[in-house]
Design a protein around this ligand. Sequence first.
Ligand code: G4F
Length: 332
Amino acid sequence: MSRKRVLITGVNGQDGSYLAEELLARDYEVFGLVRRVGLEAPEHRLERLLPLLDRIHLQPASLESYAGIFNAVAKIRPDECYHLAAASFVSYEFDDEFSTLTTNINGTHYLLASLKDLVPQCRFYFAGTSEMFGSAEEMPQNEQTRFRPRSIYGISKVAGFELVRNYRERYGMHASSGILFNHESPRRGHEFVTRKITSGVARILAGTATELRLGNLDAERDWGFAKEYVDAMWRMLQQPIPDDYVIATGKLNSVRDFVRIAFQCAGLDWEKYVVTDPNFFRSGESVALCGDATKARQVLGWEPKKQFEEMIREMVETDCLAAGVALPAATL
Ligand code: G4F
């Protein structure tokens, strides 16, 4: 039997790189969509993919071009497609709300339309997000909770979610959405608070920084481990019937909790280093969102395994290694 062909958009991101690894291990032929500029400086722009570059195919295309997406789908003819690419940093989006909306909504639409016309049997995954719940009316949130997005990014994802539902219902496509709550790892981008903290701890331990400036320490999130979340994506596409699933740990922690544990891993007292900076506060931020992943557990057999503390330690260790310092033996 020939190998299954998979197309991943956003393959060079945290989730895309973990997913590419998982699918290679499952013997898929992996095609990743990247911006053309990424191919010109892979050591910088495709850093997370460096260990995989000789085993995956990279297809240059922009999510802003219908013709580019159509041609990529025509060439690859995937059996499965995971659409992970998006403008995704919540705090930057108001800098250019028009382009966040246009890119995120059109990219999803171009992909769905191309797949419908060229390979309608292809199974499709859409990366939804807890940001779609925004100021939710109930806690925890599950698949029945009404969306009330409070960010442009969240609004663009609700539109993508509705496109997916429409293509599923109107055209019978096997299209599913994962509503993923925050998920982190040593591969997380440095703009997100968790990686900002763990890399900050490493710099302080290495003596190249003396403080860490953060926004709201009372903000709470449902943080899981990214590698486990991409496994949930794969499980969704193996189901006989396409559907939508919340993927979450069901546990809330504050930024302060994350900070305390990360500094503890390095044997440091966080209160001596962390400075609260109003520049990093967000106005009109989503309330604390906490997911109920009961459906994923029952239907997909998926559940989060890695503990919060264990994930933080792994992130701090990785950043310390990169900074050339070892964690003090007493904290190991
Ligand atoms: O790490 P964050 O920037 O992630 P955020 O905004 O929750 O978004 C992430 O998760 C969403 C849900 O899965 C995704 F949709 C989205 O694409 C992205 O992956 O911020 C987490 C919390 C916020 O409450 C923020 O206000 O940390 C708070 N925070 C406090 N100080 C900070 C800082 N966030 C950042 N980035 N930087 C700070 O200094």
